[in-house]
Design a protein around this ligand. Sequence first.
Ligand code: MN
Ligand code: MG
Length: 689
Amino acid sequence: MGLFMLEPSFRDPNRISRRTATLGVVALAALLTACGGSDGDASTNAGATATLAVLETTDLHFNVRSYDYFKLADDKSYGFERTATLVRAARKEFANTLLVDNGDTIQGTALADYEATINPIPCTQQLSMYKAMGALGFDAGTLGNHEFNYGLPFLNQVLGGGLDVDGVDATKKCAGAGYPAVLANVYSSKTKKPLVQPYTLLERTLVAKGTDGKEVKLPIKVGVIGFTTPGIMNWDKRYLEGKVYTEGAVEAATKYVPELRSKGADIVVALLHGGLDSAAYTATMENPGLYLSKVAGIDAMVMGHQHSVFPDTAATPAFSQAGVDNKAGTINGVPAVMASSWGKALGVIQLSLQWDGTKWAVNKAASKSELRNIQSKNAAGATVYVDPDATVAPLIETQHQAAIKYVKTPIGQTDFRMSTLFADVGDPGAIQIVNQAQQAYVAAYIKANLPQYAALPVLSVSAPFKSGFQGGADYTDVAVGPLAINNAADLYLYPNTVYAVKVNGGDIKNWLEAAAKRFNQIDPAKTGEQQLISTFPGYNYDMFTTADVQYEIDVTQPVGSRIKNLTYLGKPIDVAQEFVIATNNYRATSGKSFSDKLDGSGTIWASPDANRDVVVDYIRKNPAVTRAANGAAKSWRFTKVATAGPVVFSSGANALPVAQAAGLANVSLLAADDGSGKGTSKYRLDLSK
Ligand code: MN
Ligand code: MG
């Protein structure tokens, strides 16, 4: 396709130099030969060596700035403006670098949504993310699953045109990404050809070391090939069905890597928007890195999508499957990296190259890879951050400010104060809308895409993510009045994604028993004060908020025996009945202590969408948020029991009216200051009411 890279406005002298358009490889070689015996004569330099540092960004998710558009606050722990500093440092360190992006680039922040859907970026302008990347000058990139989130016409525009697929004007010429996009395993149904070019062959000049120890410049052809997750066909079915189709990464590589080699690639770098999974290979596998690495002819592999890290020097590394070598930084012997997400790290693969007089080969054993993080600990143990590159932020400042204005724009309004101040004792006011949004989202997806589960009830659980751990201000607390997009961060603190799990009634009972660890065991006979809330985190206190599911929590009983009178649609729950529960990726994959199905095995759909975005969408569609419709459905209550002494808990200071507004007549204020120094009051819960 007609993607030709714009010359970046900034060119670092240490980047491996691009050939000029007028002096091709053949012409250059002829010229050098004509000079006869100069240190540029390739043929006399057999045995020369060079290091090529492949630098990877992945899953940037449009985080140009170190800025949280939900909290409307700086967050130094991520942002391309800081990764950019690591790129510049690497270019000073290495004579030869190749900068690649591994996809999930154009979606993920409010700025991304703003430029895609709210005030779409014109054809003549680059996306702010690409503009920022242009300040550094990328050599190539692939597409992640999220590149498809805004549909094919938008993707065509932001890539500069050339997507020959139904519903898209392939002849449209737009500003483009600024670097060649490569993707070998997604095809246009119309043309039966790859949607974008499967690979690119970059012709560069390497600064090498001759056998005499002197510097010598030698030509290299670097093949770069890309692969994305076949899951796009499910996740963006509405945009992609009938228009494109996918192939497995291994199948596509087996086809195109030899082609790339036959066209003269000295080395081949694979950009896999996917990671590692030890399950058996299939053509729709989401994370096929263990298998792609075994395809002959791949010299280096950059990975992503899992937002994880490789190599990992931690005692318990993120990946430890057979073939994974965290020390060597290789996957089945192939040098590889996975550079976290959001610009938190730069992946660096140092490829050790040897020149035989006509071409380069990689010495894999002498190559190595590492991650360089923007966040680290200094000698005193304090967290320190790499400074932002000063050239990045000014490039997008106007759009950045526009996005901030956008997230402050009301998308709805609430007639009640949505708070987690009393979520532990029964106020569903800030949780029900999350459950409603998750339930609606999963139910709609199952109806459209997973007919095999269409007969199962879809329920949702969520938890009070902010529940006082940091003190009296650490509660979700959205005021009556306009609801803006940034309020969704308060309603859903973490950047989780929605997962759907299939469980049965017995699993639900176990799940709720685990969640009820939130409470200490109360002795009704004890005359002294007893603290209700345990050290079990509030974000693990999963609850239903629907009339359909009802249960009691008997805090006088030990952990594991507290859930009583659990009913579904008014009848005791059938332990064998199957349900789909909407939850988050975290619980679905690492919730084994809640249910043995929450180790990933019960997941029927790992959605690509953030719970927070799902909440925003729900409010857009249901803008009049009311206590009656969105904040009053209690699924549970404490089992009534008279206690000899007071049962107490702490919450935000002087917030009793919030409990009263939620109809919690069994809560009273005992002390305006609970003495913890955390800005909290002491409340009493009367369990007999
Ligand atoms: Mn991603
Ligand atoms: Mg991804």
